[in-house]
Design a protein around this ligand. Sequence first.
Ligand code: FAD
Length: 425
Amino acid sequence: MDTVIVLFNRDLRVHDHPALAAACADAWRVVPLFVIDPGVPGGHRAGFLAESLDDLRGSLRERGGDLVVRQGDPVAETLRLARELPAQAVYVSADVSALAQRRERRLAEECERHRMEFRAFPGVTIVPPDALRPSGGGDHYRVFTPYWRVWSGQRRREVLGAPAKVRIPEGLEAGPLPVAGHEPHGLFRGGETVARERMRQWLKYCVEDYADGHDDLAGNRTSKLSPYLRFGCLSPLELESLSENGDDFVRQLCWRDFFHQVTRAFPRINRDDYRPQGQEWRDDEDAAQAWKEGRTGVPIVDAGMRQLLAEGWMHNRARMVTSSFLVRRLRVDWRVGAEHFFDLLLDGDVSNNYGNWQWVAGTGNDTRPNRIVNPVRQARRFDPEGEYIRRYLPELDAVPVKMIYEPWRMSTGIRGYPAPLVSMD
Ligand code: FAD
């Protein structure tokens, strides 16, 4: 072929990018394209996205190519460019959300209408979401453990290097990148270059400690690679392939694949109960607002919620505790909490966010849908010095550790810190 367009989306890298590698092999000229869709507001993730695009453009330019950026409806813009060039094919990385599946279907139809080839490649997950089918029937796995067993034994595709050369047509206007602004929290810088360096450090110094350390709330002992996986700055397959002595870590990567295959089969995961349980939710805006602001009066919950506000990221254990508190204790609909997380998390992605929320709410893939998480017990166990709580709740700085989990038991109370929203007995 003469020219192929590679439409980037949630795969902002040059290493182990099957669609890009195939385009470079199949065509004389390759046009890497990103379309900024004004219909999909970037919110807190806009800065991270802009940095990631800037980095991707740099990597493509080093290889003789460029990143062409357009603005508008991704399908219309891709078709417009394809006809201008002209291109003979459009390649993408297959994705699973309702929006992504709709976009892929429309793109495939339009390409067919204009007699262009359309191909969707793997790369967003380790094992493609449609690759594994339960032997007992059904189009996806509903329970994690059997999925994990089959997933672990599944042969992997080869991890691909970055293309040495990307030949782009001459005279093509690259178009402006979105303005980066700055990432509001300053803790994560977007892009494949930073992602690969963080991955190297993680694999060299930390992954072996993951089994012991991943639940330590104060300890910074998880990879914090989630925003990079979210935007595809890292290939999850490459990360897995390099994670020697990291079985527990790889198991978490499998959770990511698990929720992606659930989402592919149930794209309404962000709206509808996956497994309706007939729960009745309380319509309590004040309680939901207090939860969002980290003012519930339960320190471990408030610490987690304030970490989210301050950093755009939250420790997994804190995500479990805060989400469970909202749905189990306050009885507020999981959708209210999930939307808030989705808006603020740098790693906020449809499959992982809504899949985990439904798991916690008992409407999802948990085999024990009535599981209750006791926030006080969790705090004592995973923040034994109260260090995580103090980091995000400075008003509790002077509270002794034996009181910090349940300040409502102090006879004097704490000035500036609320009493618990619900009874904690
Ligand atoms: P690590 O512990 O280092 O794990 C490595 C990677 O494995 C993560 O980066 C992530 O890609 C994957 N992973 C780990 N745990 C899970 C899990 N439970 N489910 C799916 N994938 C997992 N993760 C997101 O990436 N985006 C979200 O929007 C998101 N929302 C969540 C909402 C709730 C209510 C809960 C309980 C969990 C959510 N998670 C989400 C899962 C998990 O909390 C984060 O992936 C993890 O905290 C990210 O930090 P890390 O990169 O240091 O993880």
